[in-house]
Design a protein around this ligand. Structure first.
Ligand code: UGA
Length: 452
């Protein structure tokens, strides 16, 4: 099939490449000419495992094209995916300006039946608004004498890709959700995804949009739940890793997304939780449960900072090493990364920060001032008074802890991801603090530490 993807950001690129992989002819469009130029020169603007190789392969096979020309792409395509950004406004609402612009522009270039598919994460009922925008922008000339009527459908096909494993997620989805209002749209979308042989959930537009809201918010809630449990674990001497394991074997619960840490970040959960709260508010429902999810997530960072403050005693003038900056491993994405808030607070208190991340330092440089970005994990710990592990990169597991111990001024580690085996660090003479491991209930003076 001929497919156009409008918006070559993270979702657009991964979707485009994967659709080319399963046999379609894809054009990825973006109005950022510089980005298109780079993509055509084989330069991929984001880090995602496997993406660059696939882009090169399918460009060579001429199944994947990058273009700034939306008109040509729309005319040629049977199915048009809209994958433009939907950033948060100050009040938490999703800003749908790009969606509206793109819908109007597509309408202006449509000359035959098209299926428009919303792929960006959008509030429920956006599909209806896209339909109306297209209709209004068509009616100015199409369907009038001399202009054939143009039929179209709008569908919702939310994505459930995780950064860092997006290609794998696309190829092996738990399910594909298709929100449609016509049999024709359903048939076309089933055709698009036929090669994947995946389970397909067909529903109407509004329910498909709601599935995306509900799924992301539920996952965020799961993380906040285990983070709240971790807080209690610390106070009563329980180990959240064991608690999560014990809970996770229950099939009704499952072990996934029960990793306690410094809270969720990224371009999706914080924004999507905000947007769902706003949507519910506007519909007349006070979604207090989700408001607490958001609150717990913020508290989690604050409580990690308090732990560092408590154990380090004096922050001013201390050198703090940071391993990992990205909002999670296997990505260079720094959007809403917990590391940003943590580092800024400690800097404001007078700490010197020296950091290393395998992929995200280029992006981090735009966000963080006065951080010494280091060439490797060893350089980051040199003469440091403590080490914060903020992203769970596999390469940290291979590090020589004897060497690290020798380089650091004080052997104190705060593992914000419960990534390391505590014993490995303590055996090397480190003081180790994880999240909810039951080991911070007492402060260094032996008194129960009520965290602020
Ligand atoms: C998330 C969803 O997992 C995808 O299904 C969805 O498609 C995507 O949002 C989206 O809406 O586009 P993503 O943000 O890439 O994907 O990353 P996740 O793996 O979900 O992690 C999100 C955040 O939660 C990260 O900061 C991660 O460190 C944190 N997290 C995750 C935890 O703190 N604990 C966990 O147990 C799991």
């Amino acid at each position: 099939m001929n497919i156009a993807i409008i918006g070559s950001g993270y979702v657009g690129l991964v979707t485009g490449v994967c659709l080319a992989h399963i046999g379609h002819h894809v054009v990825c469009v973006d109005n950022d000419r510089e980005k298109i130029k780079k993509l055509n020169a084989g330069k991929v603007p984001i880090y995602e495992p496997g993406l660059e190789e696939m882009i090169l392969k399918y460009r060579r096979m001429k199944r994947l094209v990058f273009s700034g020309a939306i008109a040509v792409a729309v005319k040629k395509a049977d199915v048009i995916f809209i994958a433009v950004g939907t950033p948060s406004k100050h009040n938490g609402d999703a800003d749908l300006t790009y969606i509206e612009n793109v819908a109007a522009e597509i309408a202006r270039h449509m000359d035959g039946y098209k299926l428009l598919v919303e792929k960006s994460t959008v509030p429920a009922q956006t599909g209806n608004r896209i339909e109306r925008t297209v209709r209004l922008n068509l009616s100015s000339k199409k369907g009038k004498p001399g202009h054939p009527a143009v039929e179209f459908d709008v569908a919702s096909n939310p994505e459930f890709l995780r950064e860092g494993s997006a290609i794998e997620d696309f190829m092996n989805p738990d399910r594909i959700v298709i929100g449609v209002e016509s049999a024709r749209a359903e048939k076309l979308l089933r055709e698009v995804y036929k090669p994947l042989k995946a389970r397909i959930v067909v529903t109407n537009l509004a329910s498909a949009e709601m599935i995306k809201h509900a799924a992301n918010s539920f996952l965020a809630a799961k993380i906040s739940f285990i983070n709240a449990v971790a807080q209690v674990c610390d106070r009563v001497g329980a180990d959240v890793l064991k608690v999560a394991e014990g809970m996770g074997y229950d099939k009704r619960i499952g072990r996934a997304f029960l990793n306690a840490g410094i809270g969720y970040g990224g371009s999706c959960f914080p924004k999507d939780v905000d947007a769902f709260i706003r949507l519910a508010d506007k519909s007349g429902y006070d979604f207090r449960l989700l408001k607490s999810v958001r609150e717990v997530n913020e508290q989690q960072k604050a409580s990690f900072i308090h732990l560092v403050e408590d154990k380090l005693w004096i922050i001013k003038g201390k050198t703090i090493a940071v391993w990992g900056l990205a909002f999670k491993a296997n990505t260079d994405d720094m959007r809403r990364a917990a590391s940003l808030d943590i580092i800024r607070v400690l800097q404001a208190e007078g700490a010197r920060v020296q950091a290393y991340d395998p992929k995200a330092m280029l992006n981090a440089r735009h966000e963080l001032k006065n951080v010494k970005f280091c060439a490797d994990a060893y350089a980051a710990v040199k003469a440091a008074d403590c080490l914060l592990v903020l992203t769970e990169w596999d390469e940290f597991l291979k590090i020589d802890l004897v060497k690290v111990r020798g380089l650091m001024r004080q052997p104190v580690v705060f593992d914000g991801r419960n990534f390391f085996d505590k014993k490995v660090f303590t055996d090397h003479g480190f003081e180790y603090y994880g999240i909810g491991r039951g080991d911070v209930a007492q402060n260094t003076t032996g008194v129960m530490c009520a965290k602020k």
